[in-house]
Design a protein around this ligand. Sequence first.
Ligand SMILES: Nc1ncnc2c1ncn2[C@@H]1O[C@H](COP(=O)(O)OP(=O)(O)O)[C@@H](O)[C@H]1O
Ligand SMILES: [Mg+2]
Length: 255
Amino acid sequence: METLEDRQGREAQIAQEAISVRDLTKIYGEGEGRVEALAGVSLKVQREEWISIVGPSGSGKSTLMNLLGLLDRPTSGSYVLDGREVSGLKGGEVTRARRDTIGFVFQSYNLLPRESTLKNVELPMVYAGVRGAERKSRAMEALERVGLSNRASHKPPELSGGQKQRVAIARALVNSPAIVLADEPTGNLDTKSGEGILELFGELKAEGTTLIMVTHDTDVAERAERIVEVRDGLIVADDRTHDGNKTDEKTGVAS
Ligand SMILES: Nc1ncnc2c1ncn2[C@@H]1O[C@H](COP(=O)(O)OP(=O)(O)O)[C@@H](O)[C@H]1O
Ligand SMILES: [Mg+2]
């Protein structure tokens, strides 16, 4: 039987974890079209950790991110988000858990092209039932945060890639999520715009946000403190030796 101390220890550990998944599998399709995209993934992410997920195309990175972001459900496995088991939640509860905890950033921005930047950023709050005036002021704050308050009335097609991604980040931040998930956030950007996004992530991390980012780019991956490698639906490496954005004391160069 579990002693009180064991239990307290276990609960203290859970309180440290932003995310804990066990034996996650995801199977798409059936018969000839059956694809085992995740074959049993277990992963614990501490609060305020910055993780990169790397791996070849088709290895299951986006599938994992979609499960972590509660955008899709696993075929089997458990998922404890912020200390709470979420794999059994019903539709509306899932939506609320996602809205209250997670901000998601996509490679292709997923902005509504006909709506203004401001409206795009307001959108998650529309679903959260926040009233008009507050919605607008919080959306403006989020746009200021990403340096785009002067583009509030522009529409996405009038913005550069880097600006679009910053709008998408403002949208992800607007409900103050503890966790930000980003699937190839710099994948469509040139190095300089990508750098702007990574600097923003560095600031979020410093403020205590938990960050999980998928990337193809080794230099981008190295910005995190921990690099998790996925292959054929499994985690095959988990490297915690990185010191992320910290500056190398000897050379003074960001490592
Ligand atoms: N909606 C889907 N339906 C069927 N197969 C899918 C679907 N999404 C992804 N897959 C398949 O699952 C595997 C993992 O895909 P994905 O998670 O997108 O990999 P990655 O992001 O690492 O490139 C691939 O073989 C892919 O073709
Ligand atoms: Mg992908």
